[in-house]
Design a protein around this ligand. Structure first.
Ligand SMILES: *[C@@H]1O[C@H](CO)[C@@H](O)[C@H](O)[C@H]1NC(C)=O
Ligand SMILES: *[C@@H]1O[C@H](CO)[C@@H](O)[C@H](O)[C@H]1NC(C)=O
Ligand SMILES: *[C@@H]1O[C@H](CO)[C@@H](O)[C@H](O)[C@H]1NC(C)=O
Length: 548
């Protein structure tokens, strides 16, 4: 792809990045370096969090797409009420614990077996009885229907579209925006936000299924996405909820069955289902990555709404931290989609990625995250602040001081991790621009702290306070998921953050070590399930989000 040149001017990085941008018309509607600069921290985080359960749970409204390759020989799991492989688009889980939630019998007539998210069957199809205890077997019209756990292995490298954020979270908070508004061309009237979430009925019957859209319209969503994948010559999409999953459009293509075993009828003492400790253990193992031998992201294929002049403002005034595509104009979203298509055509047949931007982001985050947080939140005296900032900046300061300028130091610091990366695609140029914004902001802040507590001949308490204040502003601007990491947990606990369909508001604001027991206000306001607070600890009966 030919790289365009841009006329650009530096913009204050700290000025808030989700701010609405005037829509521009026609051929001006292109990715721009200026926007990559303004939304640098968001783009940096999207790259840093790709295929990572932790950061994608915190920054759950994904605005970006990447090409993803699953190599040959990778195992996937599928739970259903049929021993047969699915004949329609269906779900594959990366984790065993995830698929086990769906390897269960089910109640209710109609619909081919093994299809459809429970509670969302097509046209009066199967419905899960929410709140039933975990059983491997259920009765259907007096006959037993068992649960089966299928294991598949890829027989060749397969190409997918990775939809970032919590793209499999069936909420109306924005987790589905990039699928429903951008890929599927829905409007807020008939997309994610069109129907109220299903509610448990007072008579204890299964909730009524929303019709004609809404977050839970998963069957239609899967059909639409697979139609698109067919046009784009892809095998399906990769998304994340509590666990990564694939919507595989055709199970007969590129997969081989390893085993299919009927589940035991009952597992004594096992609460089962979403929300139990073993499930949390399974998905929390992927907080820092799915493993590049299981799925490789082509960062040079990144297409993000952050690159384009669209309005990403969240209409919810309380969640200005989360971008949305609700306010974006439909013709603009259609243009992003056609740009995505052109990138997929250009990149699909590349054997492997060229630049591992996530590795670059890891070097930056691992060098600065804990130290910046320590300086911003724990350092109490000027001496400690001076030692820490000197330690970080000595590398970039010429000790002989022969005309060494502040600007030179900041520039050495900002370019340090980027100098060896040569952009190939337009995405690379935009990502580099975003990363440069981030490193420049870090370096400018650190040199400011240095001037306050090191080069100032008589630093005092106000120098310390001013340092803490600029460092806190930096943390807020960077908004790294790493800043919310738990301290190490006991062996019978995991660090818990809301992952659809689980989680509480408190766990979002302050992730903590937990045995999976959930108390407090439910985080996912748009999801299905009980009203806030109506969840018994450990009962694990949150409605399964999709069939695996
Ligand atoms: C509903 O969504 C479809 C795309 O699936 C779109 O073509 C149509 O215009 C939308 N209808 C309304 C009323 O917004
Ligand atoms: C962007 O969207 C927000 C929320 O819907 C709206 O208040 C604002 O006016 C929009 N900005 C522009 C420039 O259209
Ligand atoms: C989990 O932890 C809570 C308190 O945090 C405790 O009340 C509960 O008994 C624990 N459950 C199990 C199964 O250990």
């Amino acid at each position: 792809m030919r790289l365009r040149t841009w006329l650009c001017c530096p913009l204050a990085a700290a000025s808030l990045t989700l701010a609405a941008v005037e829509p521009s018309a026609g051929s001006d509607f292109r990715p721009s370096k200026e926007l990559a600069r303004r939304r640098g921290p968001e783009i940096f985080n999207a790259v840093h969090n790709a295929m990572r359960q932790w950061g994608s749970s915190l920054h759950h409204n994904g605005m970006s797409f990447f090409l993803a390759t699953v190599p040959q020989g990778v195992l996937f799991h599928h739970g259903s009420s049929s021993p047969d492989p699915p004949s329609q688009p269906d779900w594959l889980a990366y984790e065993i614990e995830h698929a086990e939630n769906f390897a269960r019998g089910r109640r209710g007539p109609g619909g081919p077996p093994g299809r459809g998210p429970p509670g969302d069957g097509p046209d009066g199809g199967p419905q899960e009885v929410m709140g039933s205890p975990w059983h491997g077997t259920e009765m259907v019209d007096g006959a037993e229907v068992h649960g089966y756990l299928h294991v598949y292995e890829t027989t060749r490298p397969l190409k997918f579209l990775y939809i970032d954020g919590m793209g499999a979270g069936k909420t109306s908070m924005g987790t589905l925006d990039s699928q429903d508004y951008l890929l599927r061309g829905k409007s807020p009237e008939n997309g994610t936000d069109s129907t109220p979430r299903p509610r448990r009925r007072p008579d204890g019957q299964p909730p009524e299924r929303p019709r004609g859209g809404g977050p839970m319209d998963e069957q239609q969503r899967a059909r639409d996405l697979c139609q698109l994948c067919k046009e784009w010559d892809l095998q399906g999409v990769v998304r994340m909820e509590a666990g990564f999953e694939i919507i595989k459009c055709d199970f007969s293509d590129g997969l081989q069955e390893v085993q299919v075993l009927q589940r035991p009828d009952e597992i004594p003492g096992r609460p089962g289902g979403f929300g139990n400790l073993e499930y949390f253990r399974g998905v929390s193992e992927r907080y820092n990555g799915i493993g590049s031998s299981r799925t490789a992201i082509d960062y040079s294929s990144m297409v993000s709404a952050f690159f384009f002049p669209v309005n990403l403002t969240n209409p919810n005034p309380k969640r200005q931290d989360l971008p949305r595509l609700r306010s974006a104009e439909q013709p603009q979203l259609a243009e992003i989609k056609s740009y995505l298509e052109s990138v997929i055509h250009a990149r699909r047949d590349h054997a492997s990625r060229v630049i591992d931007w996530q590795d670059v982001s890891d070097l930056i985050v691992s060098r600065y995250a804990d130290r910046v947080k320590y300086m911003a939140e724990a350092v109490q005296d000027i001496g400690a602040m001076a030692r820490e900032v000197n330690f970080l900046l000595t590398l970039f300061v010429d000790g002989s001081d022969k005309g060494d300028s502040l600007e030179l130091g900041i520039s050495r610091c900002s370019n340090f991790y980027l100098r060896s990366v040569s952009p190939v695609t337009e995405a690379d140029v935009l990502i580099r621009t975003a990363f440069e914004t981030v490193t420049r902001e870090i370096c400018t802040t650190l040199f400011r702290v240095r001037s306050l507590v090191v080069t100032d001949p008589a630093p005092d308490q106000s120098s310390l306070a001013a340092s803490v204040s600029v460092l806190r502003a930096l943390m807020q601007s960077l908004n790294w998921a790493r800043f919310k990491r738990c301290p190490p947990c006991g062996i019978d606990e995991v660090c818990v953050i809301p992952m659809w369909p689980m989680g509480t508001v408190e766990e979002y604001n302050n992730p903590q070590c937990s045995n999976g027991t959930e108390t407090g206000e439910r985080y996912w306001d748009g999801g299905p399930g009980r009203p806030p607070g109506d969840r018994r600890p450990g009962d694990g009966d949150a409605p399964p989000p999709s069939e695996l």
